[in-house]
Design a protein around this ligand. Structure first.
Ligand SMILES: [Zn+2]
Length: 336
């Protein structure tokens, strides 16, 4: 009788952690952060250690998650803990420009927890209070700096803001990679992201917005286009982006300005003429005074377009089977 070989690791706690990590790694949401980017960019990595860590795990700005086996959790709880660290990166909470004091850390954990509860990403091993503040995180941090962090919200530090020196061109791009993942996840129909019912001041719109170049010329069809735009709306809502800078493009580029994300679909007119030059739309966004210099760009096209040069973080959404006529530098996602 042939016996199945024993797994190298038989501690149930370690196995549960590894299972949770493999699931996150395979998910469209976190895939681009864990297995997406090539040299010189690093991916998120996980190290399990034996010694206890306050808060179970911590994460650095270069994407190193360290988790402690001293806490025994099941796979769903590990999923929560590891996804929580990934979301801190995706939400740009390790931005070195930010002051990482106790108020900011607590507000950051609230923002991540809100998202995790909304999309049901694992189970909280050490739950925050049931009712979470809905204030946007920078405003919440400012308030807690004045008034003190209330009981129950002052969690152990899971953000490790130790400065990391990056080679030029190798700086991390976690928010953009998370954005790519969210588009893909929304397309796969995964998270059901609720809509925040509040308005944002204008400068916040500018800071968090992104550009969308929509190729309205080709064979994409209304249904596919609708799904692409639905994905964008999900992403924007999760990042509290009320409006995106939109350029429609077929024979010429039409600047639609800032549009509410869930209103973009209603503005699209697929013209079906085929053949497009999208570079003018990219140039328009890259030169626009009212579009932030670091704003990422999403290109929705059927692939029948010119060779694009995009200097910003960017991603492509294309119909399944479509090929871009060049080797893309940004992530490419296929629409089913
Ligand atoms: Zn946290």
């Amino acid at each position: 009788m042939v016996r199945a070989p024993l797994p190298a690791e038989s501690d149930p706690n370690t196995l549960a952690c590894e299972l949770a990590w493999q699931e996150l790694r395979a998910s469209p949401l976190f895939g681009p952060m864990i297995r997406g980017r090539l040299y010189p960019h690093s991916n998120v990595s996980l190290t399990l250690v034996a010694e206890p860590i306050p808060g179970i795990a911590r994460v650095t700005m270069d994407g190193r998650i360290t988790a402690s086996r001293a806490r025994r959790l099941d796979a769903e709880e590990w999923r929560w803990v590891l996804a929580h660290c990934l979301l801190h990166l995706g939400f740009d909470h390790l931005d070195p420009a930010v002051e990482h004091d106790a108020a900011f850390r607590a507000a950051a954990c609230v923002a991540v927890t809100r998202f995790q509860r909304a999309v049901k990403l694992g189970r909280e091993p050490d739950p925050l209070p049931q009712l979470l503040p809905v204030t946007e995180e920078a405003a919440l941090a400012a308030r807690w700096r004045r008034e003190g962090v209330p009981d129950g919200f002052a969690g152990p530090p899971d953000l490790d803001p130790t400065p990391v020196r990056f080679r030029p061109g190798a700086e991390p791009s976690w928010p953009e990679r998370f954005a790519s993942g969210l588009s893909a996840a929304a397309m796969a129909g995964v998270p059901d992201i609720p809509r925040p019912g509040r308005r944002h001041p204008e400068e916040l719109v500018r800071k968090h917005t992104f550009g969308v170049v929509v190729d309205t010329s080709g064979s994409m069809g209304r249904q596919l286009m609708g799904r692409a735009l639905g994905a964008i709306a999900s992403y924007a809502t999760a990042r509290d982006v009320p409006a995106a800078r939109v350029v429609f493009c077929d024979a010429a580029a039409y600047d639609a300005g800032y549009l509410p994300v869930d209103g973009i679909a209603g503005r699209v007119r697929v013209r079906g003429r085929g053949g497009t030059r999208l570079q003018p739309a990219i140039d328009l966004l890259e030169r626009a005074d009212d579009f932030p210099r670091e704003g990422p760009i999403l290109v929705i096209t059927d692939g029948e377009c010119d060779v694009l040069r995009i200097r910003r973080p960017h991603a492509y959404l294309v119909p399944r089977g479509a090929r871009l006529p060049f080797t893309p530098r940004g992530e490419v996602f296929s629409l089913r």
